[in-house]
Design a protein around this ligand. Structure first.
Ligand SMILES: Cc1cc2nc3c(=O)[nH]c(=O)nc-3n(C[C@H](O)[C@H](O)[C@H](O)COP(=O)(O)OP(=O)(O)OC[C@H]3O[C@@H](n4cnc5c(N)ncnc54)[C@H](O)[C@@H]3O)c2cc1C
Length: 325
């Protein structure tokens, strides 16, 4: 669904020359997102090396082109009209281990990192077993499960800052909180990240990882396309240190029965929205906005999207604004 692709911008020939063999044109983002939704990216650059990734960011920023760094696409909703700039797909997957610290390029999947830690008898990342997406996405959103989160084991990161300079960042700089880091608020990108783990018993680590993966297989919609939790959990009004699951509120308004087109709520978890086949971003936005309004009416609380909206939602932008964070 391209709105107007007739006028080609002046930078395109230079882009095509510089990124020859690395880019795809009008690439459907539905192929690159776990929820299988999203119109075309004008260009998608497959960045298999950190140099290519930095080059693509520099090219975009020097030419005033909108760009977006894509990890595993497991926490985003791309609009039906796609993304009119350059999507840079992070495919950088090298890692090194130094004693009890693993440093990984941020295109590596978090689940692969979990396996590497296990094989090296390093404990601390077991909570992350089975979480979708890349190391970069996990750092950006402080991914977590089973009582653990990335910030618990995060050591340092190498970032590309907003002036496109490569800098080192410690934990303080990333300002981690629940499903959040400073990278969500600025345009800095994580090129690599290191995690401080502790030596442990290989079998025990392996058993914990298997248990977590098994629980996920039972509870998560692995047979359907989704982007994980749609809304953020909320602070408990009676205890600021605790969260109330957004799914609890959604259950009180009967969310699990709801469906708009092929967009629906997962039968086992009211805060996971699934694409049953041909759902559009517009369907998802309508589903979310409708449920948010019902929760607001009943409990006077504001649900806000955890899934990150990306690109052009056309005439549904206004409705989207009512649910984004
Ligand atoms: C079935 C299912 C279950 C899930 N369960 C959980 C769960 O238990 N816990 C949990 O926390 N999440 C969960 N998620 C959500 C998702 O797995 C995480 O949010 C994941 O960390 C997203 O990583 P990604 O690489 O896919 O990020 P993407 O979706 O590609 O991107 C998300 C955001 O991160 C940014 N980003 C990506 N890489 C970088 C980088 N290198 N530097 C800076 N910014 C970057 C992107 O630009 C974007 O803004 C689940 C998702 C699914 C589909």
């Amino acid at each position: 669904m391209l709105k107007d692709n007739a006028a080609k911008p002046a930078w395109e020939p230079a882009f095509k020359k510089r990124f020859e063999g690395l880019y795809l044109e009008n690439e459907p983002m539905s192929k690159h997102t776990s929820i299988r939704i999203g119109g075309p990216a004008r260009f998608l650059v497959n960045a298999a090396s950190v140099d290519d990734l930095i080059d693509a960011v520099k090219f975009a920023s020097q030419n005033g082109i909108d760009y977006f760094l894509l990890g595993g696409g497991s926490n985003i909703l791309v609009g039906d009209y796609g993304f009119h700039g350059i999507v840079i797909k992070n495919m950088c997957v090298n890692y090194i281990i130094d004693d009890n610290i693993i440093s990984a390029e941020t295109g590596m999947t978090l689940d692969d990192l979990v396996d590497v830690s296990h094989h090296n008898s390093l404990s601390g990342l077991e909570f992350a077993a089975g979480i979708w997406g890349t190391v970069g996405g996990a750092v950006c959103g402080n991914a977590g499960a089973f009582g653990g989160s990335v910030s618990d084991v995060f050591h340092k990161a190498v970032l590309l800052d907003e002036d496109n300079k490569v800098v080192t960042a410690d934990k303080e700089k990333l300002k981690f909180r629940y499903r959040h880091s400073a990278l969500k608020d600025n345009r800095e990108l994580a090129l690599s990240a290191s995690f401080k783990l502790v030596k442990g018993d290989k079998d025990e680590i392996g058993a914990k990882i298997s248990r977590h993966r098994e629980i996920r297989r039972e509870k998560h919609p692995l047979d359907y396309y989704s982007a994980g939790s749609f809304f953020k959990n909320l602070k408990n009004p009676r205890d600021a240190g605790m969260n109330v699951a957004a799914g609890w509120y959604l259950d009180q308004v009967g969310a699990r029965e709801r469906r708009i087109g092929d967009a629906g709520v997962f039968e086992k978890h009211a805060n996971i929205f699934v694409n049953y086949g041909e759902a559009t971003a517009a369907d998802m936005v309508k589903l979310g906005a409708g449920l948010k309004a019902e929760v607001k009416e009943k409990f006077s609380v504001d649900l806000r999207m955890e899934v990150r909206p990306v690109g052009d939602f056309g005439e549904h932008r206004e409705l989207l604004e009512t649910i984004i964070d």
